[in-house]
Design a protein around this ligand. Sequence first.
Ligand SMILES: Cc1cc2nc3c(=O)[nH]c(=O)nc-3n(C[C@H](O)[C@H](O)[C@H](O)COP(=O)(O)OP(=O)(O)OC[C@H]3O[C@@H](n4cnc5c(N)ncnc54)[C@H](O)[C@@H]3O)c2cc1C
Length: 456
Amino acid sequence: MSDSNDPRRYVVIGGGLAGLASAVWLAEAGKQVTLLERRGRLGGRAHAMKAEAAEDLPDNGQHVIASGYHHLFRYLTSVGTRRFVAFPDGGTLRWPDGRSATMRTTGLGAWRTLAGPHPDATALDRVRTALATARLGWQCLRQPADLADLTTAQWFDRVGMPATAREAVWDWLALGIAAEPVHQESAKVFADVLATGIRLGIKDRKGVNIGYPTTDLDSLYVTGALEVFARHGVEVRHRAVARRVHIADGKVTGVALADGSVVPADAVICAVPNANIGGLLDELPEHPEIYAAADKLGYTPIVSTNLYLDGPLGTESEFEALIGGTGVIDEVFDRQLMTGRSTERAWLYCLTTSGAYEQIHKSHEEIVAEQLAMLRRYYPAAATLNVVQAQVVRMPKATFSQVLGTHGLRPAQRTSVPTLALAGDWTATDWSATMESAVQSAARAVDLLLALPSES
Ligand SMILES: Cc1cc2nc3c(=O)[nH]c(=O)nc-3n(C[C@H](O)[C@H](O)[C@H](O)COP(=O)(O)OP(=O)(O)OC[C@H]3O[C@@H](n4cnc5c(N)ncnc54)[C@H](O)[C@@H]3O)c2cc1C
């Protein structure tokens, strides 16, 4: 039901998480909403994909969820799927020689993990790790002025983080958080996200934990949103490619589409990634700065492989990090443990390689062979296992990049035109390129539009 006191037509461009959350919250506020999505499906970079031979519905890439994702949980509550997120006790770190260590993010176990869980760490290493971790935490909250000039690797060296702790926890965590290898990642970006985590931990009185969806991403994010849209009369237009937001006299008037038509609009949230922003904002006075920032932020690649095997690997946890796998961080997700899926046809393991600058250029066959060979180095049971089906998802523009020099580039949600707001993971938020960033940006964009005086 739309709000009869507000005749404005609200248009959201982009049906990823930022656009979905924007449309859901505007609809909940009683606004008249149209959602434009250029593809034939919603969900953007977080979506499910059919695996025909295995009759299964895995994701385009395994997504993990931090307990500090407050805006994401608000969205899940709005669409009724909060129950599909689980938080395990911890994960496993695994070395090629068969050794493993438990990684915990809460309670006493978290302190043990922070003190260095490497099997080769000496007592001195552990003391040095504890001190370096304390220094790192302090410098997140009271940041040295030159942090934006350092890579994360240089920052680790400066606080004296021992090699064993870097190998077991910190390099892995930094790449997981900001999707770039530590020798090129901006220390400032990593520190800002850690600071967000520390502040949330203090506010919530518990450490930030890592969880995961217990269902596919479409069921988590899209199905419930469609129900909200049906209830509130939101119009969803698929294959609607937005080309330009029209602005006249400082107000939004419509959105021009690639087919030559114009969707009339009185307020717009533009929730497309940095890769797609070019041209859309040409009529916004500050568009040159926004386009320049979008270009400079660039992209980082992720390669995800859904491997269906004819037997179990012998994992200990829902997710395991393979230390030294392909040279960049590799994670193995056991979808049996995570979702309780049936193994009647096959066992599904989702492998994610972040910062996959080399892998992204390899063929499907090369990637599957490389991943299977890697599993065989880490899991003795893999020696006799065969691949039933494999899906490789190469995403060269998986997220915007957070290398040295990118700090401060991300544009705010507010623009100089009050009826036009930006959203998307790449806009300025408390987080790096994450689902929480996408949804937090949506919350801010929606707040801006809901605060408009009635005469705007
Ligand atoms: C493999 C992989 C793994 C990831 N893992 C994690 C993880 O573990 N945890 C985490 O928090 N995050 C993770 N992320 C990041 C997360 O998926 C993204 O940050 C988030 O989904 C971005 O949402 P968004 O709405 O900002 O952008 P998108 O999802 O890209 O949505 C933008 C939408 O706009 C549409 N669009 C673009 N141009 C136009 C146009 N001109 N007209 C109309 N529509 C348009 C697109 O088709 C798309 O649907 C991962 C990403 C990938 C790719």
